[in-house]
Design a protein around this ligand. Structure first.
Ligand code: PNS
Length: 174
C-alpha cells in the first residue's frame, strides 16, 4: 500500500523546528522518527522576523536534500500555530528532540500549551543520540562564523552553503 495516500489508519507526525540550518542531530531524529510513523512531515517555521541565516526556501531545500533517503519523510513550512498546521495535515503527533535537561523546561511548556490548544495531538519526545546531544543550529553557526571546524556536525551540502553564505556576509562587511 502506498503510505502517502490518505488513509484513516496512517500514522502521521510533524517534526517542527527552525532548521536554520538542519544539523546531523536533526537528521538523526528524522531517521529514527521515520521508523515510527507512516509519514513524517518535517515542518519548517518560516518566521522571517527572527532574521534566520537562511531563507525558508533555502532551509526547505537543505532539509529536502538531507532527508531524501527516507521515502516516508516530507518537508513543508508553516507560519502561525503549530497545532493548526498539524491539524491541517491530519497529524496525530508532534515529534521533538530533547538533548539535555536544559531543553526540558521549554519543551514541556510548549507541549502543554499545544495540548491545551489541541488535546488530540500528542507531543512525543525522543532523546537525541548522545553523539549529537551538544549540537544546536545556533552553536554550529557561531563556531563556523569564528572559523571553527563543523564537519560531521551538519550534512556536507549544508556546510558548503554555510561557507558560501558567510563568505558573502564577510565580503559585504569588508
Ligand atoms: O527549532 P525551534 O526553533 O526550537 O522550534 C520551535 C518551534 C518552531 C517548534 C516553535 O517555535 C513553534 O511551534 N512555533 C509556532 C508557534 C506556536 O505554535 N506557538 C505555540 C506553541 S508554544
Amino acid at each position: 500500500m502506498n503510505s502517502r495516500l490518505p488513509c484513516e489508519s496512517s500514522r502521521i507526525a510533524i517534526y517542527p523546528g527552525s532548521f536554520d540550518p538542519i544539523t546531523n542531530g536533526h537528521l538523526d531524529l528524522i531517521q529514527r522518527g521515520s521508523r515510527l510513523f507512516d509519514r513524517l512531515i518535517v515542518s519548517i517555521l518560516r518566521n522571517e522576523s527572527k532574521e534566520p541565516l537562511f531563507s525558508a526556501a533555502e532551509r526547505i531545500e537543505m532539509v529536502r536534500e538531507a532527508a531524501a533517503p527516507y521515502s516516508n519523510v516530507e518537508v513543508d513550512s508553516f507560519d502561525g500555530l503549530l497545532v493548526e498546521h498539524a491539524g491541517d495535515h491530519a497529524a496525530t503527533a508532534i515529534l521533538r528532540g530533547i538533548r539535555a535537561i536544559s531543553d526540558y523546561e521549554y519543551e514541556l511548556q510548549m507541549a502543554l500549551m499545544n495540548r491545551r490548544l489541541r488535546p488530540e495531538i500528542e507531543t512525543l519526545f525522543m532523546m537525541s543520540n548522545e553523539a549529537y546531544s551538544f549540537i544546536s543550529s545556533r552553536m554550529v553557526k557561531e563556531v563556523f562564523s569564528l572559523g571553527g571546524n563543523i564537519s560531521g556536525l551538519v550534512p556536507p551540502p549544508v556546510e558548503a552553503r554555510m561557507r558560501e553564505r558567510f563568505s558573502k556576509i564577510k565580503h559585504k562587511g569588508a
